[in-house]
Design a binder for this molecule. Structure first.
Ligand code: PNS
Length: 349
């Protein structure tokens, strides 16, 4: 392995220690070409550094400083050897230990990096890097980039595929900006007695905006629901089965507490006619008093759903009317049976 460009161009690196999978020269070259615009000095953090080839390549190409993190002492010796060979030891720091702990230490020092490489052994890639994303975000300088290498498949960051991913043979390299490292979770609460096509429209639209949406089936104390919260949640699961970034939970107690437990930053609600506004405004204000950081976001109902409500569905069904189009097709039969009162087994359970 050789350094490809910059002050140490052509320098041959020490033999690769057993068990280390270095980033191939070809991948490194393409990666640095892709990163071309970020070479004006700055500092680089090389996690799971292995031979240190990525960080050393960055130093050679003009970065001011690099921190290498490697857990294995013998492998760390190889990094030190490579730094000597390339004559850039003075601009480098090599730290031992587990990545998670070292990240916490660097955060405590108030460090910020312009480029962070995370090239973990493939078997731990997704889970470990994913768990440390919040730390990487706080260590990334404005305008900085995180580069994650992974095998088999591109990493799923913050609830989905983000950033720009390139494939080099069996290696996937994903480059992410700061904003792409945060997962924004929203809670979409309601009684959903039953879930209507209007609700489903709001949930689907929310899923396009947020990284993850937790549909919270609440037990509204003022309303006596026909179905238990679990049964209402199952119906929602059925109609959202094709959406990746949604989950359905039963919510007991206060919405703000539930949102906190879910790590949510927002409550998302559908808003139909003006008549919804007063009660929604009141709830939003009260929730804000209890949890000021939690934003309430309203999505305007589509015109065709603006007069649709669960109570209308219940009434129409109970009087023998057809609720086709008012509830999703996949639950039409179940809803008709339950809410027309024909299915006595489910009633009151
Ligand atoms: O579909 P709904 O009936 O309008 O939903 C109401 C719901 C479940 C969103 C609301 O009752 C709620 O948030 N319940 C949780 C209890 C709570 O936090 N109450 C204080 C809100 S001001």
């Amino acid at each position: 392995m050789r350094i490809i460009a910059g002050s140490a161009r052509g320098t041959r690196l020490a033999p690769v220690p057993k068990g280390v999978r270095p980033t191939a020269d070809r991948v490194r070259e393409s990666l640095f070409n892709a990163l071309g615009q970020f070479f004006e000095g700055g500092s680089v953090l090389d996690l799971y550094a292995g031979t240190g080839a990525l960080g050393i390549e960055a130093l050679s190409r003009g970065f001011d400083r690099a921190v290498f993190v490697e857990r294995d002492r013998k492998v760390r010796d190889v990094i030190l050897d490579n730094l000597r060979r390339t004559r850039i030891s003075a601009r480098a720091e090599v730290i031992g230990g587990e990545v998670e702990g070292v990240l916490a230490t660097l955060e405590g020092r108030g460090e910020a990096f312009d480029l962070i490489f995370a090239d973990p052994p493939y078997r731990i890639a997704a889970a470990e890097v994913g768990g440390n994303l919040h730390r990487l975000r706080s260590l990334l300088a404005p305008g900085g980039r995180v580069v994650i290498e992974s095998g088999e498949a591109p990493v799923e960051v913050a609830g989905g595929r983000k950033g720009v991913t390139r494939r080099y043979g069996g290696t996937f390299v994903t480059i992410l900006g700061r904003s792409e490292l945060t997962m924004i979770v929203a809670v979409c609460p309601g009684s959903f007695d039953p879930v209507t096509t209007g609700h489903l429209d709001i949930i689907r639209r929310a899923c396009k905006i947020f990284d993850h949406v937790v549909v919270a089936v609440g037990a509204n104390r003022r309303k006596q629901a026909r179905l238990s919260p679990v049964q209402r949640a199952r119906l929602i699961e059925k109609v959202t089965g094709d959406v990746d970034n949604v989950s359905v939970e039963v919510m007991e107690g206060l919405l703000v507490n539930f949102a906190r437990e879910q790590g949510a930053q927002a409550i998302v609600k559908g808003l139909r006619a003006v008549s919804d506004f007063e009660s929604e405004f009141e709830q939003a204000q009260l929730n804000r008093t209890m949890f000021p950081e939690l934003e309430t976001v309203f999505i305007m109902a589509s015109a065709e759903h603006s007069f649709l409500s669960s109570s209308a569905v219940r009434e129409i069904a109970s009087l023998g009317g057809d609720v086709r189009g008012l509830v999703p097709d996949s639950i039409l039969e179940t809803v008709t049976e339950i809410y027309s009162g024909r299915d006595d087994k489910i009633m009151g359970s």
